[in-house]
Design a protein around this ligand. Structure first.
Ligand code: SF4
Length: 296
């Protein structure tokens, strides 16, 4: 029996690449924001919180089949938006049913985290939540507004700091290329500034890929958004890596959308990562050609 037969999934189903080996449970469906101009993940779903009893029944079925579950990912987008007490109840249930679990994680956006106090987040940590995957995308407010992220960089920094203060690991997504050819420099500079203020444990860059059906795709077709070239994305990375002042953070390009696999720990691996960017620029024909992605 595979996971699709055990858990009652409503597709499409997304999880971070690093959660490939995790038990995935849909505690919520869709995304309560669902407006970001670049995102097509949940356009076909209306956000709702699943019946907790239904979720628990899925978990019991999984327990019957899987003898060892190391990690659990709570889907869909922005599960953190649901009522904290109800989420804590699910977390405690998972910990009781799967005492061997080492990590429970969830997506969580700044628009929804900004309404959660440190105390509420600490209760989620105590109930078993270890890591939040947080979509900053850009630290530039003009870009955030243009893509309808629904939250500005200041509020995202406040929310991210609360996550850390609550003892939850903070993994931040940034979206290279989101400023296009016209705003790439401010995108890089202000994203570095926001990340420095957040001091996340992990930074996970993705590179914009224009998805048919999204507002940003239409803007590009109508000439209102000029997609950043591979070379421009590398220049962004140069500025970003050069300006990051992080005490202890992993930089992990663990996504199929990225031109080059750049991995390292900051601050000590900065030069090594900048050298990888330099190399990609020198061998642009090899690394910076068109991307043909079958899945994102
Ligand atoms: S990027 Fe995240 S917050 Fe924005 S619509 Fe997609 S899932 Fe929702």
């Amino acid at each position: 029996m595979n996971m699709l037969e055990i858990m009652r999934y409503e597709e499409p189903l997304y999880r971070p690449p690093c959660e490939a080996g995790s038990l995935i449970v849909q505690v919520t469906l869709g995304c309560p924001h669902n407006r970001c101009a670049f995102c097509g993940m949940y356009k076909m779903k209306k956000y709702r919180v699943r019946d907790p009893e239904e979720v628990k029944a899925d978990l019991r079925r999984a327990r019957l089949v899987y003898r060892h579950v190391e990690s659990v990912f709570l889907a869909d987008g922005n599960t953190i938006a649901m009522n904290s007490d109800k989420l804590a109840d699910i977390l405690r249930y998972i910990r009781r049913l799967f005492p061997e679990v080492e990590r429970i994680s969830s997506y969580g956006g700044g628009r929804f985290l900004k309404g959660k106090s440190v105390e509420a987040l600490r209760k989620l940590k105590e109930a078993g939540l270890d890591i939040i995957y947080f979509g900053l995308e850009s630290g530039d407010d003009e870009i955030l507004k243009a893509v309808d992220k629904g939250v500005d960089s200041r509020d995202m920094v406040v929310a991210a700091r609360r996550v850390k203060e609550a003892g939850i690991l903070l993994s931040v997504y940034i979206l290279l290329g989101l400023g296009g050819e016209d705003r790439w420099r401010q995108h890089a500079e202000n994203t570095a500034r926001a990340l420095n203020a957040m001091q996340p444990h992990f930074i996970r860059p993705r590179t914009l890929y224009l998805l048919p059906g999204t507002p940003l795709f239409r803007e590009a077709q109508e000439g209102r958004f000029r997609e950043a070239s591979g070379e421009t994305v590398m220049r962004e990375l140069q500025i970003l890596l050069g300006r990051l002042e992080l005490e202890d953070a992993w930089f992990l390009s663990d996504h199929v959308s990225n031109y080059v696999p750049i991995y390292g720990h900051l601050p000590e691996d900065r030069e090594k990562m900048l050298a990888a960017v330099e190399m990609a620029m020198e061998k642009a024909d090899v690394y910076l050609g068109p991307r043909y992605l079958t899945s994102l």
